[in-house]
Design a protein around this ligand. Structure first.
Ligand code: AMP
Length: 187
């Protein structure tokens, strides 16, 4: 059991799903349970968007529109983060890779890719009740993000399915059930 814990606490896990699928909820729970740091590219970019610099203003504008930050910039920022000591033993990543270009460029010894599958309607419903409203949570932004998910992130899911690394989870179950299912499937 200890051996198993040691093994999972070194895992590199990717969470994929549309906005509202529960990635950050599960990411935080898993981080706590497994003792692995959680990081989200959305969070990193939201922090950068607060900077009153040309790059900060640019990121803010792109995010509010729901569009994606260019791959090259994203890859540069993510690799800088992952070089930090705290992520050297494993991490739970939310929001990246989002395009096949990112997935192909990112060879980082990923162990599992967890796809939280939730229908668009259900996600939109959940988002309309979310109270920690983010600044980039405009209706246009949310719609655009969902549209882009189907267009450019679904191929990423297929990419990992082909590689045999994908775990698909029904994200409509309860939070506890989903956590259990993820834990079962990554061990
Ligand atoms: P999220 O919190 O994951 O919904 O991300 C919020 C916004 O951050 C997205 O709409 C994008 O503008 C940007 N973003 C986050 N992750 C990525 C990524 N991997 N590639 C490009 N843009 C991203």
């Amino acid at each position: 059991r200890n051996e198993e814990l040691r093994r999972v606490s070194k895992m590199k896990i990717i969470l994929i799903g549309i906005q509202g699928a529960g990635k950050s909820t599960q990411g935080n729970i898993l981080s706590e349970k497994l003792g692995i740091p959680y990081l989200s590219t959305g969070h990193i970019f939201r922090e950068m968007a607060k900077e009153k610099t040309p790059i900060g203003r640019y990121i803010k504008e792109v995010m509010n529109s729901g569009a994606l930050i260019p791959d090259e910039k994203t890859l540069e920022i993510v690799s800088t983060y992952l070089h930090r000591q705290e992520y050297s033993k494993g991490y739970i990543m939310d929001g990246f890779p989002r395009t096949t270009v990112q997935a192909e460029a990112f060879e980082n010894g990923i162990d599992k890719v967890v796809y939280l599958n939730v229908p668009d309607k259900e996600a939109l419903w959940r988002l309309s009740f979310r109270d920690e409203g983010r600044e980039d949570d405009t209706l246009i932004g949310i719609r655009k993000r969902i549209e882009l998910f189907h267009e450019v992130t679904e191929p990423v899911i297929e990419y990992y399915r082909q590689k045999g690394q994908l775990v698909e989870i029904n994200g409509e179950n309860s939070i506890e059930q989903i956590t259990e299912e993820i834990l079962r499937s990554i061990k």
